[in-house]
Design a protein around this ligand. Structure first.
Ligand code: NAD
Length: 264
């Protein structure tokens, strides 16, 4: 039986985190690096990704940055090639990059719909496909998709997002079955409300629309039994579990991390 410290030891593993420059992705990048992985922070915002990699490297850990638009399969293929070149392999792929722009369905445009599917769903698929090619050659790997509680439960004015995240959940199950023979596991994490730059932008919009700070916090936490918003590290610790040997017998599974929101 492996000792616990070895189960969570990611030394010698190459990891890619899309959308790793900030928010949940940054939290995931930090935890994977702390566990010993070499982390490729892949983000459409190169300056922020580079700053995140530099911060991790200052602690004596391993990280590099690359500019990637996950909606472009050529970019995600290049991202995987860069990880193999720099770190020797891709053992862990975290599909985290995603957007959640509010849009009422009756006025949603084709461009709004396509952009969300391209980044959230198509981006997850083609990044996973590129990672799986490398993982098959090395005998396996772990893919973790960041879906959402919206994969299971709709939020108003986010039909395009909810559809994309429902898609990510089913994609996780499809790929898990197809790639199990190659030693590749594919699992999903479904976050509830997490404080990130992305959700801060929504809060600013609500405040600008006349909501008070107190009403805002009430709106966010009223239905959360644990009575707080989540933090990026709440998700990062669960991703670490799914990226480690602790989850070896899990594939096609999802873990809801929402402070109990879906129960209320
Ligand atoms: N924050 C939450 O409450 C919450 C809840 C459920 C699910 N999620 C999911 O978690 C993930 C991260 O959310 P967050 O709140 O940290 O978001 P965020 O907006 O704070 O950060 C997203 C990161 O992704 C990057 N990104 C955006 N589009 C990209 C693209 N096309 N290619 C590459 N990188 C891109 C951004 O530059 C940014 O660094 C998303 O998939 C989101 O849907 C978030």
């Amino acid at each position: 039986m492996k000792p616990i410290k070895e189960i969570f030891n990611l030394h010698g593993k190459g990891a890619v985190v899309t959308g790793g420059a900030m928010g949940i992705g940054l939290g995931i990048s930090k935890r994977l690096a702390e566990a010993g992985a070499s982390v490729m922070i892949a983000d459409i915002r190169l300056d922020e990704a580079q700053a995140a990699a530099d911060e991790i490297k200052k602690s004596g850990l391993k990280a590099e940055a690359i500019k990637v638009n996950v909606a472009n399969p050529a970019d995600t293929a290049a991202m995987i090639a860069a990880c193999v070149k720099q770190f020797g392999n891709v053992n862990i792929m975290v599909n985290n990059a995603g957007i959640f722009p509010f849009a009422p369905s009756d006025s949603m445009t084709e461009a709004q719909w396509d952009r969300v599917q391209d980044i959230n769903l198509k981006g997850t698929f083609f990044a996973a496909q590129a990672a799986a090619k490398a993982m098959k050659e090395s005998g396996g790997g772990k893919i973790v998709n960041i879906a959402s509680i919206d994969s299971l439960h709709p939020t108003g004015n986010l039909a395009h997002y909810d559809a994309s995240k429902g898609g990510v959940l089913m994609l996780t199950r499809s790929l898990a079955v197809e790639w199990a023979p190659f030693g590749i596991t594919v699992n999903a994490v479904l976050p509830g409300g997490i404080g990130t730059p992305g959700t801060a932008a929504i809060s600013e919009g609500m405040l600008a629309a006349g909501m008070t700070q107190e009403q805002l916090m009430q709106a966010f936490t009223a239905r959360i039994p644990l009575k707080r918003m989540g933090e990026p590290d709440d998700i990062a610790k669960v991703v670490l579990f799914l990226a480690s040997d602790a989850s070896d017998y899990m594939t096609g599974s999802h873990i809801v991390v929402d402070g109990g929101y879906l129960l209320s």
